[in-house]
Design a protein around this ligand. Structure first.
Ligand SMILES: NC(=O)c1ccc[n+]([C@@H]2O[C@H](COP(=O)([O-])OP(=O)(O)OC[C@H]3O[C@@H](n4cnc5c(N)ncnc54)[C@H](O)[C@@H]3O)[C@@H](O)[C@H]2O)c1
Ligand SMILES: O=C(O)C1=N[C@H](C(=O)O)CCC1
Length: 271
């Protein structure tokens, strides 16, 4: 028990935070030592397990990330972009592994993560599931095999509380399709069509986002040609999928050199 990687979960009360705390607590390969929420949250100072409506876990929810990180080996962070940037600086200071599931980060925020990656081992992915990471490989392969007569469209659906679009997963799939085509996603990305948009530009990669109910996460990569369509699809039916991937990443990161990694590295699927 004493030698198991010690894990802190940020965003403890969130959909993913709760799933992560349950997954870490149930694992015999790591141990939960901290739970962080934003200042003023009503879970602060209370036992994380009791807050979730279960038995006590012996871990008090705190808003002092620096103190929690100081006695941990890894932090698993599914929160919000501004919070993740702050946690990255603190994780680098504490020299611990930072597993990042947060999506919706802009270029400036990503640059701050790169800076933190000089001192910390950062593992970041818009989707931590094995299935989606495999789908990125398939997407790249199909995009490379087909010419631009096949229009690529990425359609994603999520619950009605999601705040960012396109989803982190959709962007991963878009990057993979662009790589397959040998182009930069930024040059061909077409998202948020509305009104008189003019006809589709050949070679563009389109994004459409559906938001509703309790959809956990669904992604289609559509290759639409003349007379045929190819659809690659992933459907998540349980959030534990993402949590298990994140815990695997936190354990994989132990003893790794500082730098930025992704789930393909963790899963042994990187080129
Ligand atoms: N990479 C993946 O596999 C994956 C899977 C699911 C969700 N996500 C992403 O994870 C993020 C969280 O998703 P969610 O559905 O759990 O959202 P959520 O809104 O349920 O939870 C976010 C939590 O973060 C907390 N938080 C915000 N700022 C904070 C701060 N400064 N300090 C501490 N806690 C803070 C909030 O209070 C909240 O409890 C989103 O960006 C989502 O897209 C990624
Ligand atoms: O619920 C969410 O939010 C999810 N976010 C990730 C994304 O943006 O792709 C992964 C799926 C669930």
């Amino acid at each position: 028990m004493g030698d198991l990687p010690k894990i802190v979960v940020t965003g403890a009360s969130g959909r993913m935070g709760q799933m992560l705390m349950k997954t870490v607590s149930a694992s015999d390969k790591c141990t939960l030592v901290g739970a962080i929420e934003r200042s003023g949250h009503d879970w602060i100072g209370r036992d994380a397990g009791l807050c979730m409506g279960g038995g006590a876990l012996g871990v008090m929810v705190s808003d002092d990330a620096l103190e929690a990180f100081a006695s941990a080996d890894a932090v698993i962070d599914f929160t919000a972009p501004s919070a993740t940037v702050e946690f990255a600086a603190l994780a680098a200071q504490a020299r611990i592994v930072h597993v990042i599931g947060t999506t919706g980060m802009d270029e400036a925020e990503l640059a701050k993560l790169t800076a933190a990656g000089r001192h910390a081992t950062i593992i970041r992915a818009g989707n931590m599931s094995l299935g989606v990471n495999l789908l990125t490989k398939l997407t790249r392969m199909v995009a490379a095999a087909l010419d631009v007569d096949y229009d690529i469209e990425i359609i994603e659906a999520h619950h009605n509380r999601k705040v960012d679009a396109p989803s982190g997963t959709a962007l991963m799939l878009g990057e993979a399709a662009a790589q397959g085509r040998g182009v930069k996603l930024a040059d061909v990305r077409d998202s948020g069509r509305d009104g008189i948009t003019s006809a589709r530009q050949q070679g563009d990669i389109g994004f459409s986002a559906i938001r509703g109910g309790d959809i956990i996460g669904e992604h289609d990569v559509l290759f639409a040609g003349e007379g045929e369509r190819i659809i690659l699809r992933h459907v998540a039916s349980d959030r534990s999928l993402f949590a298990k991937g994140a815990v695997r990443a936190a354990i994989w990161g132990q003893g790794r050199a500082p730098g930025e990694y992704d789930m393909l590295d963790v899963l042994g699927l990187a080129d």
